[in-house]
Design a protein around this ligand. Sequence first.
Ligand code: NAI
Ligand code: MG
Length: 364
Amino acid sequence: MENKKHFRIAVIPGDGIGKEVVNEGLRVVEHLADTSNKFSFESDYFPWGCQYYLDHGRMMAENGLEEIKNHDAIYFGAVGYPTVPDHISLWGLRIAICQGFDQWANIRPVEFLPGIQSKLNHPNKEDLNWILVRENTEGEYSGIGGRNFTGRGNRKEVAVQSSIFTEEGCERVIRHAFQLALKRKRKKVTSVTKSNAQQYGMVLWDEVFERVSKEYPEVETDQWLVDAMAAQFVLHPEELEVVVASNLLADILSDLGSALAGSLGIAASANLNPEGRFPSMFESVHGSAPDIAGKGIANPIGTIGSAALMLEHLGLPDEAKMINEAIRATTEDGVVTADIGGENTTKEVTDSIISHLSKMYTNV
Ligand code: NAI
Ligand code: MG
C-alpha cells in the first residue's frame, strides 16, 4: 500500500456560523480519514475572530501568520460579528491571510445540486456548473487610500480608495483561468471587467487577457462588462465555463451564482497560493450570518464542499470527489436546511453526507 499521508491543518472557525460549519466539515474529513486509511490529519485550532479582538485588541495573534505558515492548509469558517466593525474584522483576519500568504487565486465553483429548488428557471438546471476565478490579493481590495480633511469642518471629509492592478497580478490569475479551462469539457474563459468606466486598471487587465489568450488557441474566449455579465448569469448560465474577474467583481458575482443555484450556504471556495510558498485557505463563500448563528440551522454544504477542495489540493482527488457525490446524494434525498427549503438541522445534513460516504466504502 502506498504511504499514508499526514497533514497538519490550521483551523480558524472565526465567528457566527463559521464555528458551527467548520466543525461539520472536520467531522466529514475525520470520517474519510478513518475509513479510507489513505491519510491522517491533525487540527490546530486558532481562536481568532471578533471575540479575540474584544479580548486582545487584534483579530489574530501578532505573529499569527508565522504560527500557521508551515501548516499544510488552513480551514476557515467565516469572520465578522456586529460587535466589531466589518472592515476591521475582514481586514484583520481574512484579507490579512489572503494577502500575507499571497493567495492570489480564489476558486469558486458554482454548482447546481439535485433536489434543490433553485431560483433559476432553466430546462437543464442540474447540468449547470461553472467556476469563478477571482483575483484575490489586489484590485479593488488592495487597501490603499486614506481619509482626511475633517479639519475643514462639518461634512467636508474626503476618502480615497485606490485600486491596484499590476500586470503580473492580472497575468497570473488570467493564466490560472486558462489552465483550469483546459481541464473542462468545453474549453472557454470569460473575462469580466468594467473597463469602459475603469479606464486604467481594467484596460490593463483587458490587454493582458488578450495577450495571454493568444497562447491558448484551443480555448474559446469572450469579454464582458460586469453589468451585462450579471444579466448573463441569470439569462444564459449555460454559456459560462470559467469566469475570471477582479477581486470585487468576482466577489459580487459569486454570491449571485450561489444564490441562483439555491443559496449562499452551498458555495465552496479555495484561496490558493498556487506556487505552494504558503499554505492555501479553504472556506465557504458566505459570511458569518449573525442572523442565524447559534440556532443549529446553518447550511454546512459550502464549508464541507470547501473541505473537498482542500483534499483535492492536498493530493486526494478521489476523496474530494466522494465528498461531492455524498453532498449531491444528500440534497437529492431532500435532507436540506431551511435556506434551501428544508427542515433539517446543520448536524442532520452532515450526518446524511457521512452516511452516504460510508455506503460508498461498503460498496467498494
Ligand atoms: P452572510 O453571507 O453572512 O449572510 C447573508 C445571508 O445569507 C444571511 O441572511 C444569512 O443567514 C444567509 N446565509 C449565509 N450563509 C448561510 C448558510 N451557511 N446557511 C444558511 N443561510 C446562510 O453575509 P452578510 O450578512 O453580508 O455578512 C455577515 C458578516 O459576515 C459580516 O460581518 C461580513 O463582514 C462577514 N463576511 C465574512 C466573509 C468571510 O469571512 N469570508 C464573507 C462575507 C461576509
Ligand atoms: Mg463575498
